[in-house]
Write a protein that binds this ligand. Structure first.
Ligand code: ACM
Ligand code: ZN
Length: 657
C-alpha cells in the first residue's frame, strides 16, 4: 500500500511538473528572461502592443534586423502581453508563448515571467534539396511550421540539379515535362544508371516539380511566418538535367556534338539568354532579395575543349576556366542587380574573382566566408563540418541511412559562426543544408533535420555567451518529444549512442606501433594516419570519412614487421562497409607469415561470410587463426568482392595476437 501511495505521489509530482512551465524550456534560448512571482493559467487572454514608446526605447540600440524581430513577452497573473515594433516581432513572441502554452497544457500554468528577446543574426536558414528526391509541396508547409517554432527565418530551396529540375518555367516547358522526371525513384539508382531523364507521364517517370501556383503558395505560407524563401537555380555546374532537355546549352566536342557533363557552356550566348529568362520567371514568383545561382562544383573539363568557351576566353582575355566561370557569374550578378535583386552563390563563385554585388554561402570550411567578408561581401556560413545535416547524427547501424560523415547534435551546437572573423559586419548568419541524395522520404528528412535544426536555430538566435550544450540538450529532448507528438519524425535523443564506442578505446595487440610496408598504396584521399594507421591501436568512428579509417581504391596488400619473431595466433582486420559510398566488405582476406621476410611459409585464406547491408554501415572483423606460429613478418591482403559499386576497402586496424 505504501508503495502504491508513493507511486501515486510521484505521478502527481510528475504531472505538476508537466503542468507548469516557464521560459527555461524555450529553444532558442531567449536573450533575457526574468521569473516573476506566481504563475498564470495558460489560457489567459493575450494583449498585443506594437510600437509603444517604451518598447522603441528598449530596442533603440539594436541593429534594425534585430529590433524588427525583438519582442517582450510578459506573463502576469492577470494577463499576458506581447510587445514589439511590428508584426515580425509579435510573431516571434507568439511562438514563444505558444510553446509555453502547449507545454503547460490547456489547464496548466506558466510561471509569471518577462522575456525580452531578439536574434543574434539576421539569416537563420535551412536548405532543402528538392532535386535529388522530390516529395511534393505539402511537407514544406509542415517544415515551415517547424522553422517558425524555432524562429528560423530563411528557407533555401535547392530547386535544380542533375537529378531533377523542380520548378515550372513557362518559357522552357521541357524543364518541367522532361528534366523534372527520371526512370528511377531513388537517386542512388539514378546515379548508377546513366543519369537519365524521362518524359512526364511515361510509365517509368518518377519525380515532379512545383507549379508556379505551388511555389507561390509556399512563398505566401512562409511569408505569413516571416520566413523568406530563397530559390536556388544552379549554374553553370550541376545542370545535366537542363542539357538533357535543351542540348543546345551544352559545350561542344571537337566534332561539334554536345557534351553531356554537368556543366552549361559559358561560351554560348544562348545560355545567358536562357537563364536570364528563367531568372525573370523565378523572380516573378520569389520576392526574396537574394537569388541563389549555385555556382558550386563546376567540372570545367568541357570548357577546355569547347570552341565556344575557348572563343569567349580569348575575346575577354580570360586566363583560365575559373576566370571564365567568374565572367559568367558577373553577367548574372549585373542582371539580378538591374532587377533590384542580389546574387548569392556557393563559395566557388569566388574563384577567378568575386562579382561586385555577390554574396557568398561558405560551405567548404569557413575560410572562404571569412575572406569574402573581409573583402566587403555579405556572407552566410554553412560549413560542412557543422552545418551539413545530411551527415549521420548517430550510430548508422540503428538508422539514418548513409554514413557519409558523422555530425552529432553536440558538434552542430559547438559551431560559433563568428569564429575566425576579425569583423563580423558582413556576416549575415548561418544555414543548415540537408542534401537529399540519400533521403528518399519526408520521414527520413525530418529524422535528419530534427533535432539538429534546433541547434542551428539557437546558434543563429541566442547570444554566444548564453549557450551551453548540456542545458540545450535537456531542452532539445523536451522539444523533440513534443514535435514527435505533433507528427514529426525527429531523431529520438533518448536513444542517442554517441561516438562509436570502439573509437574511444585503445586496442592493444602484438603489432601495435609496428611499421607497415604498403605493397598497394592507400588512397591519398583517405590516408588516416598514413603508414602509422593500421597498427596505431586506434579504431575509426562511425563513418569512413573520419580519422583512423584508411581507404584503398581496390584490393589491399601490406606487410607488417613485428620487429622480432613472435608466436602468432590470430591476424585480423577491422573493415567498414557503406554501399551508398561504394565501400564494400572484402570478399576474402589472405594472411601469410614469415620469419625472414622472404619465405612466407604459413598462409591462411578466409572467405568473408558477411554481406554488406544495402543501407547504413557495418563493421566487421575478418581474421585468421594460427597455432602459435613463429613469425616476424605478416603479409595481409584483402580482396574486393568484384560486385559492381563495391570499389573501396576501408580498414582501421590490423590486429595481431
Ligand atoms: C555543395 O555542397 N556542393 C554546395
Ligand atoms: Zn562551352
Amino acid at each position: 500500500m505504501k508503495k502504491i501511495l508513493s507511486i501515486l505521489l510521484l505521478a502527481a509530482v510528475g504531472m505538476m511538473a508537466w503542468a507548469q512551465t516557464g521560459p527555461e524550456i524555450l529553444i532558442p534560448k531567449p536573450v533575457s528572461s526574468v521569473i516573476l512571482k506566481g504563475s498564470a493559467p495558460s489560457g489567459l487572454p493575450v494583449k498585443e502592443i506594437t510600437g509603444s514608446k517604451s518598447f522603441r526605447k528598449a530596442v533603440k540600440d539594436l541593429p534594425d534586423y534585430a529590433a524588427q524581430e525583438a519582442y517582450l513577452l510578459t506573463v502576469g497573473i492577470k494577463g499576458i502581453k506581447i510587445e514589439a515594433l511590428g508584426p515580425e516581432g509579435l510573431f516571434r513572441g507568439r511562438q514563444s508563448l505558444e510553446y509555453l502554452r502547449s507545454m503547460a497544457g490547456e489547464n496548466g500554468r506558466i510561471a509569471c515571467c518577462e522575456i525580452f528577446d531578439y536574434p543574434r543574426f539576421r539569416h537563420r536558414g535551412l536548405m532543402f534539396d528538392l532535386s535529388r528526391h522530390f516529395y511534393g509541396k505539402e511537407f514544406i508547409f509542415k517544415e515551415l511550421d517547424a522553422m517558425a517554432r524555432l524562429k528560423m527565418n530563411v528557407l533555401h530551396l535547392h530547386l535544380t540539379d542533375d537529378a531533377g529540375w523542380r520548378i515550372q518555367i513557362d518559357a522552357f516547358p521541357r524543364l518541367a515535362s522532361y528534366a523534372a522526371w527520371r526512370p528511377q525513384p531513388l537517386w542512388a539508382d539514378w546515379d548508377k544508371n546513366g543519369h537519365l531523364c524521362a518524359e512526364e507521364g511515361s510509365p517509368l517517370a518518377f519525380g515532379g516539380y512545383l507549379s508556379k501556383d505551388d511555389a507561390r503558395e509556399i512563398v505566401a505560407y512562409a511569408s505569413e511566418r516571416h520566413i523568406t524563401v530563397i530559390p536556388e537555380i544552379e549554374l553553370p555546374g550541376h545542370s545535366l538535367e537542363v542539357l538533357r532537355a535543351y542540348p543546345e546549352l551544352a559545350c561542344l566536342d571537337k566534332d561539334g556534338k554536345p557534351v553531356f557533363t554537368s556543366d552549361l557552356c559559358p561560351g554560348n550566348d544562348l545560355v545567358i539568354d536562357t537563364y536570364k529568362k528563367i531568372l525573370d520567371e523565378v523572380m516573378e514568383i520569389f520576392p526574396s532579395a537574394f537569388i541563389h545561382i549555385g555556382g558550386d562544383e563546376a567540372e570545367m573539363n568541357s570548357w577546355r575543349e569547347c570552341p565556344r568557351c575557348q572563343a569567349r576566353m580569348k575575346a575577354h582575355g580570360l586566363p583560365d576556366t575559373d576566370a571564365l566561370q567568374s565572367w559568367l557569374i558577373r553577367q548574372f550578378d549585373a542582371y539580378l542587380a538591374s532587377k533590384g535583386r542580389r546574387l548569392l552563390g556557393w563559395d566557388e563563385i569566388m574563384q577567378g574573382g568575386l562579382a561586385p554585388g555577390a554574396a557568398v554561402m561558405s560551405w567548404r570550411g569557413t575560410s572562404h566566408g571569412i575572406k569574402a567578408a573581409a573583402a566587403g561581401h555579405d556572407v552566410i556560413m554553412s560549413p560542412t563540418s557543422w552545418c551539413y545535416i545530411n551527415r549521420n547524427q548517430d550510430n548508422p547501424i540503428a538508422g539514418g541511412g548513409f554514413a557519409g560523415g558523422y555530425l552529432p547534435l553536440e558538434k552542430v551546437y559547438s559551431y560559433n559562426p563568428t569564429d575566425g572573423f576579425d569583423d563580423t559586419y558582413h556576416l549575415l548568419g548561418l544555414q543548415g543544408n540537408l542534401w537529399a541524395e540519400h533521403i528518399p522520404s519526408v520521414e527520413h528528412l525530418e529524422f535528419m533535420a530534427f533535432p539538429r535544426a534546433f541547434a542551428l536555430a539557437e546558434i543563429g538566435w541566442t547570444p554566444q555567451a548564453l549557450r551551453n550544450y548540456d542545458d540545450f540538450r535537456g531542452r532539445a529532448v523536451i522539444l523533440a518529444d513534443y514535435m514527435r507528438s505533433l507528427g514529426y519524425n525527429t531523431f529520438d535523443l533518448h536513444s542517442e549512442c554517441g561516438d562509436r564506442p570502439q573509437s574511444r578505446e585503445i586496442i592493444h595487440h602484438l603489432a601495435e606501433g609496428c611499421p607497415v610496408k604498403y605493397i598497394t598504396p592507400f588512397s591519398p584521399k583517405y590516408p588516416a594516419e598514413k603508414e602509422a594507421s593500421l597498427t596505431n591501436a586506434l579504431q575509426g568512428g562511425w563513418t569512413y570519412v573520419e580519422d583512423h579509417w584508411q581507404g584503398f581504391e581496390g584490393d589491399m596488400d601490406v606487410v607488417i614487421d613485428l620487429g622480432d619473431v613472435k608466436k602468432v595466433t590470430f591476424v585480423g582486420g577491422y573493415f567498414l562497409s557503406c554501399l551508398d559510398a561504394w565501400v564494400g566488405l572484402p570478399a576474402r582476406i589472405e594472411v601469410c607469415l614469415s620469419e625472414d621476410g622472404v619465405n612466407f611459409t604459413e598462409s591462411a585464406k578466409v572467405m568473408n561470410q558477411s554481406v554488406a547491408p544495402e543501407k547504413g554501415s557495418s563493421y566487421n572483423l575478418l581474421g585468421a587463426f594460427f597455432q602459435a606460429v613463429p613469425a616476424r613478418y605478416i603479409r595481409f591482403k584483402a580482396f574486393l568482392s568484384g560486385r559492381i559499386h563495391e570499389d573501396w576497402i576501408f580498414i582501421d586496424e590490423i590486429i595481431v595476437k
